[in-house]
Design a protein around this ligand. Sequence first.
Ligand SMILES: Cc1cc2nc3c(=O)[nH]c(=O)nc-3n(C[C@H](O)[C@H](O)[C@H](O)COP(=O)(O)OP(=O)(O)OC[C@H]3O[C@@H](n4cnc5c(N)ncnc54)[C@H](O)[C@@H]3O)c2cc1C
Length: 166
Amino acid sequence: MKPAAFDYHAPETADEAVHLLAELGDEAKFIAGGQSLMPLLVLRLAVFDHLVDLRRLTDLADITAGTDTVRIGATTTHTMVGRSETIARSVPLLARATPLIGHFQIRNRGTIGGSLAHADAAAEYPAVALTLDADIETRSPGGCARSPPPTSSRGCGRRRWNRTSW
Ligand SMILES: Cc1cc2nc3c(=O)[nH]c(=O)nc-3n(C[C@H](O)[C@H](O)[C@H](O)COP(=O)(O)OP(=O)(O)OC[C@H]3O[C@@H](n4cnc5c(N)ncnc54)[C@H](O)[C@@H]3O)c2cc1C
């Protein structure tokens, strides 16, 4: 199976990505690692005219430690989380959950932002984020906002973060 035709966009900064998505509207979708979205597209369970690829947003692929916080950028892959000494030291639950996600190819491509946005009730990161009462920072053309983690109560993939990056 192949996905329906779409226009591909590859912005280089988070600001560019959120403005692009806002401009393209409901027919557009972010794609990060593609590990959850691509299966939906190839089975044509989801169809979008535009895909906005987040993989070039290196400004969101980082892990930084503050005094009593750890900040993980949206495009940080599961592998990066699993290899991070900062995470192992400061967020051991996240470090222990990461190797349980799929297999290494999935972890090399999948991102923490994608996992939280997809909000599969069976997924590791949404459960860890809820358990640790993580703050989710979202970005839109209007600015940044903070919210609690997704609860999956509306079902997998129903979280509407289309206009945000995290
Ligand atoms: C074979 C297989 C096994 C797997 N096993 C597990 C497992 O055991 N445990 C587990 O937890 N997960 C598992 N996964 C899912 C995997 O962890 C995915 O990486 C993750 O669910 C989605 O991350 P992604 O970066 O691939 O997102 P994508 O697939 O690219 O996107 C998923 C959704 O998130 C949205 N999105 C992505 N990034 C952002 C962003 N920055 N801001 C707003 N919206 C965004 C997209 O628009 C889309 O709706 C598995 C996947 C596969 C294919």
